[in-house]
Design a binder for this molecule. Structure first.
Ligand code: SF4
Ligand code: SF4
Length: 99
């Protein structure tokens, strides 16, 4: 599986994380302008808390050619999904990417 030709997980889940991963906290790295509040302690990537999630940092077309605008600074959940794992396969199936 080639993530650069997929992006399904960036357009399927709410990508939420501890607020201090954002760069308005000391040591934070995720650009806060690309996040939305979820609760007093949690944020998510903007666009992922919608009925049809789509991360605001995702460029390109899901299933064709994609890129993450903040790849080096992406939050923890983005680093945990691995190609071929259950979360990956569920997201791909939801986008009709079954091979
Ligand atoms: S981890 Fe899976 S769903 Fe996410 S971009 Fe890569 S192949 Fe697609
Ligand atoms: S921050 Fe990057 S890797 Fe994470 S969901 Fe958004 S586009 Fe995907």
């Amino acid at each position: 599986m080639d993530c650069q030709r997929c992006g399904a997980c960036c357009a399927h889940y709410r990508v939420s994380f501890y607020w201090a991963e954002a760069d308005d906290a000391p040591g934070g790295h995720v650009p806060v302008g690309l996040t939305e509040p979820v609760s007093p302690l949690m944020r998510c990537m903007a666009g992922t808390n919608h009925r049809s999630p789509h991360c605001g940092a995702l460029q390109g077309q899901v299933g064709q050619q994609v890129g993450c605008r903040i790849y080096a600074d992406r939050p923890t959940p983005c680093r945990e999904v691995q190609p071929g794992d259950p979360q990956c396969l569920k997201a791909r199936a939801a986008h009709g990417l079954t091979d």
